[in-house]
Design a protein around this ligand. Structure first.
Ligand code: UDP
Length: 240
């Protein structure tokens, strides 16, 4: 591992669940604070950072639809949940001395800027941490797809998916003791073996644009920086 970051610009996908720590709902201030510190640390090391945050700690459209709500309305609520999470992360970053901007795919001018690609790139070039909220702005998508989309749009050289497990396994390691972890996979492996990495739309977008994807355990402090220094943490998904 070298001290110089291996990556110039990254897109980090944090699920809403990542923010709730051990709780069943909402945001754990300790968890969001630690994640903010890790993001600031890699920014200070010279890496340009965009972040897509999910909303599953508050609302998911599919869950609301299963409970009887109109799916599109549920998805709108899910997207607004991601805006709340992004505001919380921006606050956590700025309280710790970083610079953040929230850019939303849904117009909500009193609380966030619109996502405009060139402005987003300008923010990250200036050292600000750009938080991309409201997913893609469209129902029936997920924030995984939004993360793949934004990664390609901002020209990231790595898409990181932060999870609570240390990579992709042959089976669910919580249920199958014989499950083993993959160090590396191809996009087609993920799609054909139906590995639960990201949804298929997100993986296909990464594949079509050659966007390397690394799945790693964000509960281990320092993992983000380890990856930035070239550490082989978690599972890498590429074309070969
Ligand atoms: N969502 C959407 N379009 C998008 C992204 C998200 O409609 O482009 C909605 C959808 O209802 C989703 C919710 O927002 O369930 C929260 O996003 P997601 O489930 O991806 O969050 P995560 O699982 O990452 O916390």
């Amino acid at each position: 591992m070298s001290d110089q970051p291996t990556y110039r610009r990254i897109l980090l996908k944090l699920s809403g669940e990542a923010l709730m720590g051990e709780a069943d709902y909402g945001i754990d201030p300790k968890v969001i604070g630690r994640l903010a510190n890790e993001i600031i640390e890699v920014r200070k090391a010279g890496v340009e950072v965009g972040v897509v945050i999910g909303g599953g700690n508050i609302f998911r459209g599919a869950g609301l639809a299963a409970a009887g709500m109109d799916r599109v309305t549920g998805d709108h609520m899910g997207m607004l949940a991601t805006v709340m999470n992004a505001l919380a992360m921006a606050d956590a970053i700025e309280k710790r001395g970083g610079y953040a901007r929230v850019m939303s795919a849904i117009q909500i001018h009193d609380v966030a800027e619109d996502f405009i690609r060139r402005r987003a790139i300008r923010h990250i070039e200036k050292g600000r941490i750009a938080l991309f909220a409201a997913g893609t702005g469209n129902p029936f998508f997920t924030t995984d797809s939004a993360a793949a989309l934004r990664a390609v749009e901002i020209g990231a050289d790595l898409l990181l998916k932060a999870t609570k497990v240390d990579g992709v396994y042959t089976a669910d390691p919580a249920r199958d003791a014989s499950a083993t972890r993959y160090d590396q996979l191809t996009y087609d492996d993920v799609i054909q073996r139906n590995l639960q990495v990201m949804d298929t739309a997100a993986i296909a977008l990464c594949r079509d644009h050659g966007m390397p994807l690394r799945i790693y355990d964000m509960t281990v402090p320092g993992n983000l920086m380890r990856i930035m220094q070239g550490g082989q943490v978690g599972t890498l998904v590429t074309s070969s």
